[in-house]
Design a protein around this ligand. Structure first.
Ligand code: 13P
Length: 252
C-alpha cells in the first residue's frame, strides 16, 4: 500500500492576533517531533511571525488564499510568492468560504493553484457540497466537477493535498456519517487515480474538514482514505488542536 504521511492542518480563518501566537508556542512544546505533518494557516498578518517561530520544521505554515496573478495592481490582495516569502509552505485554495464570499469559481482556483505551485508552494485544494446539493443526491457530481475544474495538470502527491469539506458541516457541529465521509473520500481517490494515474492518485493526501474535534477525530481518522483533517475552530487553541494531532498519530 502506498505510504501517505498523515496531516493535521489548522485553518485559523479571520481569527488571531499577536497574542494568539502563544498557542503556537504551546503546540510546539507539546509536539516537538510529530509523527504526522502539522500545518497552521493563520491570517496573513501573522504568517511571517508564525513562520519564524516554527522554523525548526515541527509545524509548517500556510496561507489561506492567493491571487490569480503573480503580482500587480490588486489592492488588498496577496500574491503566492509573497506567502512563500513570508515563510509559507502551503496555501489553502478554493475554500467554500472563498467560493461563497468572493464568488471564486473552479477556474479561478485552478489558476491560483498554478501560480502557487510556480511560487514553490504546495496547495490544499478544497471541495465540498452544500446541504441542498447533498439532499438532491448530487454530492459526487459536485465533488467530481470541482476536482476536475480546480486542479491543474502539473500536480503530484508531494505538491497537492485535497480537502473534502462539506459546506453544511463547517462550523456547525454537524458531520456526515462515517459511511458518507468514506464514500466521498473513496470517490476522490478514484477520480485522482483516473486523471493522474495510480502513482499520483494513491500518494495524494485527502483531508476531511468540517467540525472536526477531539471527540470525533479518532472515528473520522479510521475511515478509509482519510489521511488527516483540515480543522477550523478547534485549531485556534493548542488545547483543542493537540488531542486531534494525538488522535491522528495514533490512527492506522
Ligand atoms: P470547522 O472545523 O470550524 O468546522 O471549519 C472547518 C474548515 O472550514 C476548515 O477549513
Amino acid at each position: 500500500m502506498t505510504y501517505r504521511k498523515k496531516m493535521a492542518a489548522g485553518n485559523w480563518k479571520m481569527n488571531g492576533h499577536w497574542a494568539e501566537l502563544s498557542e503556537v508556542s504551546t503546540l510546539l512544546e507539546r509536539h516537538p517531533n510529530p509523527a504526522c505533518d502539522v500545518l497552521l494557516c493563520p491570517p496573513a498578518t501573522l504568517l511571517s511571525r508564525m513562520s519564524d517561530m516554527t522554523v525548526d520544521g515541527a509545524v509548517m505554515t500556510g496561507g489561506q488564499d492567493c491571487h490569480t496573478d503573480e503580482n500587480g495592481a490588486h489592492t488588498g490582495d496577496i500574491a503566492a510568492s509573497m506567502l512563500a516569502d513570508a515563510g509559507a509552505d502551503y496555501v489553502i485554495l478554493g475554500h467554500s468560504e472563498r467560493r461563497a464570499d468572493h464568488t471564486e469559481e473552479d477556474d479561478d482556483v485552478r489558476t491560483k493553484a498554478k501560480v502557487a505551485l510556480n511560487a514553490g508552494l504546495k496547495v490544499i485544494i478544497c471541495c465540498g457540497e452544500t446541504l441542498a446539493e447533498r439532499e438532491a443526491a448530487n454530492t459526487l457530481d459536485i465533488i467530481g466537477g470541482q476536482l476536475a475544474g480546480s486542479i491543474p495538470d502539473n500536480v503530484t502527491g508531494e505538491n497537492m493535498v485535497v480537502a473534502y469539506e462539506p459546506v453544511w458541516a463547517i462550523g456547525t457541529g454537524k458531520i456526515p456519517t462515517l459511511d458518507q465521509i468514506g464514500e466521498v473520500h473513496d470517490f476522490i481517490r478514484a477520480q485522482l487515480e483516473r486523471r493522474f494515474g495510480e502513482g499520483v492518485g494513491r500518494s495524494t493526501r485527502i483531508l476531511y474538514g468540517g467540525s472536526v474535534k477531539a471527540g470525533n477525530a479518532t472515528e473520522i481518522f479510521a475511515v478509509s482514505n482519510v489521511d488527516g483533517a483540515l480543522v477550523g475552530g478547534a485549531s485556534l487553541k493548542a488545547g483543542d488542536f493537540s488531542p486531534i494531532i494525538d488522535a491522528l498519530e495514533a490512527s492506522k
